[in-house]
Write a protein that binds this ligand. Sequence first.
Ligand code: AHM
Ligand code: MG
Length: 335
Amino acid sequence: MKLKTIEQHILDQQRKYPGASGGFSGLLYDIALAAKIIGKQVNMAGLVNVIGATGDVNIQGEVVQKMDTYANDLLINILTNGGKVCAIASEENENIVEIHDEFLVGKYAINMDPLDGSSNIGANVSIGTIFSIHRKISKGHKGSEEDCLQKGTKQACAGYVIYGSSTMLVYTTGTGVHGFTLDPTVGEFILSHENIQMPEPCKIYSVNEGNYNYWDNGTKKYIESLKEVDKTSNRPYTSRYIGSLVSDFHRNLLYGGIFLYPADYKKDPKKPEGKLRLLFEASPIAFIAEQAGGYATTGTQRILDIEPKHLHHRVPLIVGNKSEVLRYEEFLKRG
Ligand code: AHM
Ligand code: MG
């Protein structure tokens, strides 16, 4: 058996595509490093009540941070020190994080959700980090919001880290989707899932069905259709919903499935709204899905084609096996 670390894999990819720069590989190493540290900390999360609750002062006299703040600060720290980025946008920050004068300014902008699904952490449920990398397009020496506000088709790379029964990093640069599992004994991400493709048929659906009464008719009818007995498998679809996007998507990517967070009328009875954020959640997940043979839509528009209006732009997200996502679009059209 030939073991390949994430570093070797990135270098191999770079050799295959001579245009790829070392700066880009360095950036992925930095993300992998942050992932290892966050993973270790997430594993300790259950002990916060023992060694000092969130917001409290711990035994060393330091304030114990909330896990999502910890992950955000750590990523910003590692990425700015690495000198490969020109701007960072994070779900945790209202505006972009600018690179201070003491650091080198790189050619890439990062959009990230440092710890998605963190409300699940108290129940020991898998959570994740999502990232999306764009090339710098702004004119000045430093990066600006313009570099982060690019549509999904312009992504140079997207990925996520899942902190589950193992820690895994999954990424794409537009040449397939590759997954690496952390071997905690040696601290290396080892290639474990090469060229992932979403398997057919689509067997699973993942949606917060508590929102049913707030959905439009098309979505309601589509979900009802999944409960009918399928002619080929002779059984209805299986419902699986964790409430942690990375975990729900990761399972569907490996087993075949559709994830839905459709627009709903929960907040405003006149205007349906999506919950998930385009730049930090929908767009990177859509890039990975398409690279794995799947598809992602708002119901009426391909996610990767949406021009972001602002950093925290929210969209409906329906992602999974292509034929199934297209079938959802048909239901929505018919209403
Ligand atoms: P967060 O960014 O505040 O963690 O929220 C995003 C999470 C996703 O991981 C998940 O898909 C969704 O929210 C679950 O929402 P709900 O609890 O409404 O079903
Ligand atoms: Mg999130």
